[in-house]
Design a protein around this ligand. Sequence first.
Ligand code: IPM
Ligand code: MG
Length: 372
Amino acid sequence: MNLKIAVLSGDGIGPEVTEQAVKVLKAIAINFDHHFSFTPALVGATAIDQLGDPLPESTLDVCRANDSILFGAIGHPKYDNDPTAKVRPEQGLLKLRKELGLYANVRPVKAYESLLGKSPLKKKIIKGTDISIYRELTGGIYFGEKKISADGNTASDLCEYSRYEIERITHLAFKAAKSRRHKVTLIDKANVLESSRLWRKVVGEISKDYPEIELDYLFVDNAAMQMILNPNQFDVILTENLFGDVISDEASVIGGSIGLLASASLGDKHSMFEPIHGSYPQAEGKGIANPIASILSAAMLLDHFELNREAKMIRKAVEKSLKLNITTPDLNTKFDNITTNNVGDFIEDFINNPDDSNMNFKNMHLGQSTII
Ligand code: IPM
Ligand code: MG
């Protein structure tokens, strides 16, 4: 298959982790006889510094001209600490989602067997967790009218949803549940918010088209508690933009590190794949950023284009790296010398030599005999 991929690596650790995902995709292309091209483009604080715009028109053009997008991370402390900044890196990401119509954000959350001890939550609670979060991505409070009074002392953000915006992601969530455990949980705040009551109404109506799927409703405050009390009750979670943002960061604790969580942002025409973590500026250039979320985002990209065997190979390689402790310090209590690059190299090598024994990995892939 020929695939043209735009690479928007962004700020902070974005470029370091994205580089590993590209490396892994190149190994897949060679071993499975595909042709992938990679076209870089600027976004975020890096784009503001160079072109004065967090999402330059040239970047949008590159995104539109390619089949898909691999995104790194954006954000920089100089903007976080300045509420008066007129241009912010995050505006680039939000505009990208809106302009390309990426309305459905899919965030898988999984408790890997080999990492059960890494989560601050008890093993018996998280064991077996396998959740797919469907977060609406181009509506709600993120995109509603924003106001600030003339004296600067009163501000508001409107949370608005239309039936159509709710319908299209709801269908995707129910379809996903069909090939999973047949359950959708709608997370909302319908006891307080009018927009949430519309979600309940529309989702309830659509659920009639999917009689084999169980539909459950939870208020977001209760859901936040249930997520760490009993995450196994969840299969597909369906929710609006802001609740999905919060709940997915919370859910990442189950996996042991936010550095593991990948995501897909899907629209009718375009698709983008990105880790859910941010730009982690404190770690920039230190080689400690976990590239697995970015590598697993690349696997989601392959799945999206129905290259399922290839995606499975990446996941197998990732699981092997986790099992052998070939991980960055966020997960590694055994070895403190494994870098972002080492993890990428290991996964690349596994794809090139999937039948090698661990012994071989020790010798040829890391060159550090104490490692395994
Ligand atoms: C995410 C991020 C973004 C969001 C930020 C960077 C705008 O937190 O993708 O979850 O809030 O959607
Ligand atoms: Mg977030």
